[in-house]
Design a protein around this ligand. Structure first.
Ligand code: GUN
Ligand code: ZN
Length: 428
């Protein structure tokens, strides 16, 4: 049976960074028709009600219906160590992250955290995410199994590390290749799941391992590849000492077949001019993780400059280096980072980044990230007056952007009134 969902509707027909507000479509009394898990129509409520009288109606009143949020870079295994105090990147990895990731050798533990993570994402209106697992193949099975149960469109991959990580958290060039290949064959393209080739970052992979994963990517070009790039200056110095022949950090990937369209480069803060030019030339995706960049003290991503230069950019929490599971909180942090760089991001730009922008970064804009006929029906329904503080700040709003901005800046999971995945409302 078809579902007709009523409320305010917000979506994008283009990129507001390039086209301004003409890229946004807002319907004050809108409707979304959902059939067989996909969006069949979007339009004025009165029109769709008249043309689809048999549809089951869910009326969300003044709540805002948007494409579900898409989190383009997360570490689901770091769910339990989110908000760990006092460390910068390398110490944070050694003190908190690696000991926690060690626990994923136990499939029962991996399964429990994976389920918890999927529940947390849905409570925050996130219908898709792209996650690192741990080095343990079972940790990939765990997150795909949990996502499959919820029906979410999810990307994930086995994190590969063969040096500078503790005993018990290292693979080899060969086992990284073999395990990734086996997992890819098992999961890539199964339902809404996609495998991502995942070298953690250059400091934890030997050149041999990077080359092996570069070869695997060349053999499987329909896969995305994710890694980290130029997050902290100490990390960049470390990469220089480990790869003395490399021109720069990006070159450590490029030299091993790990630079290309379909490559997702997390953080990308301290880039040289050559790195920026190469990333743009190959149309790689840069993933901005603003709560992580302030929490771990990494630096300020240059959204204005990189968008103006034509880079493909997604938005992400980077849980648990990031300090939130919420894409609303992440938009707020992106706004604050933009302010510190002298570029106030418009609410339309922030919302686009969390939906259509991340979908483009993941090369999935043909199926998720916007509300249009044929798209998969992943939706979030937002209460734009979810707390007393937000409600009073929106009372004088003249347009959707003024009405939405207090929720961007102050909203949390209380603003998530409902989340639809694959055409079905999720239980709350
Ligand atoms: N660089 C390498 N691994 C990680 C990680 O787990 N989190 C963050 N923020 N940066 C990294
Ligand atoms: Zn990360």
């Amino acid at each position: 049976m078809a579902d007709l969902i009523l409320g305010q509707v917000l979506t994008f027909t283009g990129d507001p960074f390039a086209e301004g507000l003409a890229a946004a479509r807002h319907l004050r009394h809108g409707a979304v028709l959902v059939e067989h898990g996909r969006i069949a129509a979007i339009g004025e409520s009165a029109v769709l009600r008249a043309t689809h009288p048999a549809a089951r109606v869910t009326d969300y009143g003044q709540h805002l219906i948007s494409a579900g949020f898409i989190d383009a870079h997360v570490h689901y295994p770091q769910t339990a160590i989110i908000a760990s105090w006092g460390k910068r990147l390398i110490d944070w990895l050694n003190s908190y992250t690696f000991p926690e990731e060690m626990r994923f050798a136990d499939p029962a533990y991996a399964g429990a955290v994976a389920e918890r993570y999927c529940e947390l994402t849905l409570a925050n209106g996130t219908t898709s995410f792209c996650s690192y697992a741990t080095i343990h193949p079972e940790s990939v099975d765990a997150i795909f199994t949990a996502a499959q149960a919820q029906g979410q469109r999810v990307w994930a991959g086995k994190t590969c590390m063969d040096r500078n990580a503790p005993e018990g958290l290292r693979d080899t060039a060969q086992t990284a290749y073999d395990d990734s290949k086996r997992l890819l064959a098992r999961w890539h393209g199964v339902g809404r799941l996609s495998y991502v080739i995942t070298p953690r970052f250059s400091p934890t992979s030997t050149p041999d391992q990077l080359a092996a994963l570069g070869a695997l990517w060349a053999e499987n070009p329909s896969c995305l590849m994710q890694t980290h790039l130029s997050e902290q200056t100490d990390e960049i110095d470390w990469v220089k000492s480990l790869f003395p022949a490399a021109r720069d950090y990006l070159d450590t990937y490029e030299a091993h077949g790990l630079l290309g369209k379909g490559g997702l480069y997390g953080h990308a803060i301290h880039l040289t001019e050559r790195e920026k030019a190469r990333l743009a030339e190959v149309d790689a995706s840069l993933i901005h993780c603003p709560t992580s960049n302030t929490f771990i003290g990494s630096g300020l991503f240059d959204m204005g400059g990189l968008k103006a230069a034509g880079h493909r950019i997604g938005l992400a929490t980077d849980t648990g280096g990031g300090s939130s599971f919420s894409m609303l909180r992440t938009m707020a942090a992106a706004y604050e980072v933009g302010q510190l760089r002298g570029r106030a991001l418009h609410p339309a730009e922030l919302w686009w980044l969390a939906t259509a922008g991340s979908a483009q970064a993941l090369h999935a804009a043909d199926c998720i990230g916007t509300i249009a006929p044929g798209m998969e029906a992943d939706l979030v329904v937002i209460d734009l007056a979810s707390t007393a503080a937000i409600e009073q700040a929106t009372r004088r709003a003249d347009d959707i952007w003024q009405a939405i901005f207090p929720t961007i800046m102050m909203g949390d999971d209380r603003a998530i009134h409902a989340t639809w995945v694959g055409g079905k409302p999720t239980a709350r």
